[in-house]
Ligand binder design. Structure first.
Ligand code: ATP
Ligand code: MG
Length: 698
């Protein structure tokens, strides 16, 4: 497109872009072509792209129907649609990669394959079990789950069964069975699945890509239909999704991507932030924008978030920026330790009650946990206080009987002429399937009533945001949501996993179960990159909070159980020194040389001498500055030669490691390291501090 387009660039609805800061504006109003926004949590990436879409449409660059925006969770896609609607955009598609591919495949399949689209396989475990059986591989539930995730990883990273053993060897993958056997299970799985004529989730993407790559007529029709592509959360793109995106683009460059490498939380599934970080290599002429102002959270939350991600290491960490909080001050984040998980849940529910009483709406409160099994304790504790909640992974919403009945009743109602407005029509139709004026007292009946009421609320929302919305438009919206598995918001506290919370925000966030083994999850232990991914997941959790942030953990799983768990290593350096949880940990620590020893990382008491010297548990992660350690060792060997004493007489290895971890800046910090007393301080203090300073200068 040429100059005709750029002259139209200023014809956007007046005021549309007013709510953006200068950098956001630069990205939103960039002429057509590649745009990349690389920025931290809460800096307005999603806001920027929704404004960009609205701007491109309203200034005539593209028609709403030509825009395809994709993201990674159904809820985030729903959030995007809601924001677009708020900007007056109707008709642009905002979907997950899977929902988009499913829709396209359904459309093109009859032409290419000639039959009804194959059914979708909901869970693959049963087929994996058959495949494993045929390959003679053990079929315990745990092995099967691992095999299923391994197959998903291979498909997401475009690795075929034949290539699998070589790729697994090259990338040193921790395979659930010998690589040749995994390949055999994978091959069998594909065969069984194809002969049953079903597709798994990854097939939706694979087949859509193949159709576009191999059928010129389909590709031409598709590319005529869609002209503008936007990807949110681009840091979590898999090679398979990237390949589909390339097929959509077909060599064009109308692509806007936004992401934050420090929120990469799906690399275990094959995702990689590389395409985001290397976007300008692919599109050297791209408009690139970085955002640093955090509009979501109070400075108190932002400061905590900066500390969390400040401790990260590895490639994504290289791109991190310090966030600068823009909102007025709010309460300090709260930390609390409990004896057991039920006690933690009861306390969290109690605190939620207080927030509700203080006027925070239930839909503005979330409890976030690492694994879905944790939700149960919270469901129970919230029910006991009569607090409404909804468990995310609310995919089941559209499977509920009353919701299915409601949708058919609404469909029928569209064919009846009516003078009433859309909200009234919805109420009338739903009265027929059990929506009463007053809610039933509780239990399952109340849950059904809540589900129906949320459908009315959705109608109210639509009526408020879309001009002249009628019942047909409403039913279309419902069908779209059902296809995208995006339930309407029920007025209740959200219970969700950290993964499902990506891209979303709430006034009050409770991060629960922050104990070692859960955050980070047990199986990440011992693998640095897995630990870093867990840290990013924790960062995603922290940055969901606008104002109130609570971080809690329990020392035992069951009520009255042995209190042997430790708080998460990620809390190290976050809990204020004068906090009771910090004091408790100190009191539990073993006394050593008159001082109390506790782990710098997890806060647990230290017993072994080596651990006391290191100042952390042997199994807690080291943040040793390797270069400094080398310098310290070389200084020590010089000194030991001069003094004609063995090196350990100068300082033991453990003491050097502790120095290299803690990087003391002055005498005070130096003597607080175990193994350095007044004598050593006097003899070597100044030299050691000089070595530390020199290493700091690089
Ligand atoms: P995440 O990385 O978590 O997805 P994000 O970068 O996409 O975050 P948004 O969700 O777009 O951030 O924005 C965070 C919050 O800040 C939203 O409530 C948004 O409306 C608000 N916000 C963003 N930019 C501005 C701005 N310029 N002025 C006022 N509010 C803003
Ligand atoms: Mg976002």
């Amino acid at each position: 497109m040429g100059s005709a387009v750029s002259s139209a660039a200023f014809s956007t609805r007046p005021g549309l872009l007013d709510g953006l800061d200068p950098e956001q504006l630069a990205a939103a109003s960039a002429p057509r072509g590649p745009v990349c926004v690389l920025a931290g949590a809460g800096t307005g990436k999603t806001r920027t792209i929704t404004h960009r879409i609205a701007h491109l449409i309203q200034s005539g660059h593209v028609a709403a129907g030509q825009v395809l925006a994709v993201t990674f969770t159904a809820r985030a896609a729903g959030e995007m649609r809601a924001r677009l609607r708020g900007l007056g955009v109707d008709g642009a598609q905002a979907l997950t990669f899977h929902a988009a591919a499913r829709r396209q495949l359904r459309y093109f399949w009859p032409r290419v394959v000639g039959d009804r689209l194959w059914d979708l396989l909901e869970g693959k475990l049963r087929l994996v079990a058959q495949a494993a059986n045929r390959a003679g591989v053990a079929t315990e539930a745990e092995v099967l789950r691992d095999l299923a995730s391994e197959i998903e990883w291979a498909k997401a990273t475009l690795v075929s069964p034949d290539d699998y053993p070589a790729v697994a060897a090259r990338t040193q993958r921790d395979t659930p069975a010998p690589a040749a056997q995994v390949a055999e299970v994978y091959r069998n799985y594909e065969k069984i699945k194809n002969s049953a004529q079903v597709l798994d989730f990854d097939d939706l993407l694979l087949h859509t890509t193949a159709v576009l790559e191999e059928h010129g007529d389909v590709a031409t029709e598709f590319r005529d239909r869609y002209r503008c592509f936007v990807v949110d959360e681009y840091q979590d793109v898999t090679p398979l999704q990237q390949r589909l995106l390339n097929a959509w683009l077909g060599g064009r460059d109308d692509l806007t991507v936004v992401g934050d490498a420090n929120q990469t939380i799906y690399s275990f599934g094959g995702a990689s932030p590389r395409p985001l970080l290397e976007f300008t290599r692919r599109f050297p002429e791209a408009t690139v924008v970085r955002l640093e102002r955090d509009y979501r959270s109070t400075p108190q939350v932002v400061s905590l978030a900066n500390k969390v991600i400040g401790a990260a290491r590895g490639r994504p960490a290289g791109s991190r920026l310090q966030l600068i909080g823009q909102r007025p001050d709010g309460p300090e984040p709260r930390f609390a330790e409990y004896d057991d998980e039920p006690a933690e849940a009861v306390a969290v529910a109690g605190r939620i009650r207080q927030l509700l009483d203080a006027g925070v709406p239930a839909s503005q409160i979330a409890v976030l946990y690492r694994v879905n099994a944790q939700s149960e304790a919270y469901e129970q504790a919230l029910s006991e206080l009569d607090i409404p909640y909804l468990v995310r992974g609310g995919e089941r919403f559209f499977a509920r009987k009353e919701v299915r009945q409601a949708i058919s009743a609404l469909r029928v109602a569209t064919s009846r002429p009516s003078g009433a407005d859309v909200v009234e029509q919805v109420r009338t139709a739903l009265a027929g399937v059990g929506l009463t004026e007053q809610p039933p007292p509780g239990g399952a009946a109340k849950e059904r009533w809540d589900a129906l009421l949320s459908l009315v609320e959705l109608a109210e929302e639509l009526a408020a945001t879309v001009q002249d919305a009628d019942l047909a438009r409403y039913v279309a919206e419902l069908e779209q949501r059902a296809a995208a598995q995006h339930p309407p918001t029920v007025e209740g506290v959200t219970l969700a996993s950290l993964h499902a919370a990506k891209g979303l925000e709430w006034d009050a966030v409770f991060l629960v179960g922050l104990a070692e083994g859960t955050v980070p999850i047990q199986h990440a232990d011992g693998d640095d990159s897995a630990i870093e991914e867990e840290r990013r997941l924790f960062y995603v959790g922290v940055t969901r909070a606008r104002e109130h942030l609570s971080l809690t953990w329990a020392l035992s799983r069951n009520a009255g159980g042995r209190r042997h768990r430790r708080r998460s290593r990620f809390l190290y350096g976050l809990i204020p020194e004068d906090h009771p949880a910090a004091r408790v940990a100190r009191a539990q620590g073993k006394t050593f040389g008159g001082a109390t020893a506790r782990c710098r990382v997890c806060g647990g008491g230290l017993t072994a001498t080596l651990e006391v010297k290191l100042g952390r548990c042997a199994r807690c992660p080291s943040n040793v500055d390797e270069e400094l350690l080398e310098r310290l060792k070389s200084w020590r060997s010089d000194r030991s030669r001069e003094l004609k004493v063995p090196p350990f007489v100068v300082f033991t290895d453990a003491t050097l490691v502790a120095i290299a971890e803690q990087r003391p800046a002055d005498d005070g910090a130096l003597v607080s390291i175990s193994g350095i007393g007044a004598t050593k301080l006097e003899r070597f203090g100044a030299e050691v501090l000089a070595v530390v300073r020199a290493a700091g200068r690089g």
